[in-house]
Design a protein around this ligand. Structure first.
Ligand code: TRP
Length: 353
């Protein structure tokens, strides 16, 4: 069995174990703040986070800001995207009293773990990572040292806060595998400090973008959660369709129609084939999709707008999240230094009493 098949086969048992004892698990999940979060994030990863939080799992959400500069020079409007992401998590139901939202640039000890971890991999291994290879090819630029080594940085994200579960899509599995390898190699060289985490494969099917291709902010085919109803209508209007009156489910032959139809079906909780049979022509499909998306997101957008009116809220949530992530990472780094024989020159703390 290959590692993807093995991971898929492991999921039911893993989910059962989490359901049986949620509070004994810690989840790290998150994304690169490269743009506004969109509908695909909400139906896939963010709602899964909310479910995990509500079940009693300790959830940490990382805003992987250093990862933004793996395949581009500048992190454009980074702080807008970070702030927007926090608002979207809160509007979706993440509770800052229970869930930790933090930026990895704000956690020095996390970043310091990169050094011992880098010593545990070879350059050849880094070059074999299929996701890095694909991202490098897509970037159309020279391979930066950060792009080559970012899976090690991601391992530092995960191991610094001792997450035992990492919800991910298929493309992230090589990074979790590397994290497990690093945890084991660290143990062989210095002693057992880390428990290898397990990937939790997201089981929601991937929602295509409005053009039928993979949804992504950079393709302009995604509906941002924070967009207005009018902006949403304009995005849908721009989608490429065809003059055929009959609406069919045909991902390869009619990608634009397919993207709109699956989006509408998802928002309405209906089967795309059934929905297709009720429609006559692309204009009707576009009207239906606009209304379906706007209705589906109305509650989220209203909550998001309300939260955005509180000027100190986002900074407050991040300050608390960053503080907890720092506490966890400081503790981990201390154990790492102890295991590596680097616990010297520390400031003496006076014992109480
Ligand atoms: N690489 C992930 C992505 O692009 C984001 C990420 C960074 C992440 N660090 C993480 C996800 C740690 C889970 C755990 O989606």
């Amino acid at each position: 069995m290959d590692s993807l098949a093995a991971t898929v086969a492991r999921m039911p048992a893993l989910r059962a174990a989490v359901a049986a004892d949620p509070s004994s698990h810690r989840v790290l999940t998150g994304e690169r703040p490269t743009g506004p979060l969109h509908l695909g994030h909400l139906v896939g990863t963010i709602s899964e986070r909310v479910r995990l939080q509500r079940s009693g799992v300790d959830v940490l959400v990382i805003l992987a800001d250093y990862q933004v500069i793996t395949d581009r020079d500048v992190a454009d409007r980074l702080s807008d995207h970070v702030r927007g992401a926090v608002l979207d998590q809160l509007a979706a139901g993440l509770d800052p009293d229970r869930t930790t939202v933090f930026a990895h640039s704000a956690v020095p000890a996390l970043n310091q773990l990169m050094l011992p971890f880098l010593s545990l991999v070879t350059e050849a291994e880094l070059h074999r990572n299929p996701t890095v290879k694909a991202e490098h090819a897509a970037s159309g630029r020279a391979l930066s040292g950060l792009l080559l080594t970012y899976p090690v940085h991601q391992a530092a994200d995960i191991l610094s806060c001792r997450a035992d579960l990492v919800p991910v899509g298929k493309d992230q599995l090589p990074h979790i595998e590397l994290t497990r390898v690093l945890a084991r190699r660290f143990a062989e060289r210095y002693g057992p400090v880390f428990t290898p985490p397990e990937p939790m494969l997201t089981d929601t099917p991937e929602l295509p973008g409005l053009d039928g291709h993979t949804m992504s902010t950079s393709r302009g085919n995604a509906v941002p959660l924070g967009a207005t109803a009018d902006e949403t209508a304009a995005l849908v209007r721009r989608a490429r369709t065809d003059p055929e009156r009959r609406i069919t489910v045909d991902p390869d032959g009619r990608p634009g129609v397919y993207g709109l139809l699956t989006t509408a079906a998802l928002c309405l909780g209906r089967d795309p084939h059934e929905l297709a049979a009720t429609l006559d022509g692309a204009a009707a499909l576009k009207r239906l999709t606009t209304d379906a998306v706007n209705d589906h997101l109305a509650g989220h957008r209203a909550r998001r707008a309300e939260l955005a009116r509180d000027p100190g809220l986002v900074d407050d949530v991040l300050a608390r999240g960053n503080a907890r992530a720092n506490d966890l990472a400081d503790e981990t780094l201390d154990e790492v230094r102890a295991a590596m024989g680097m616990r010297y020159g520390r400031v003496r703390t006076r014992s109480a009493g």
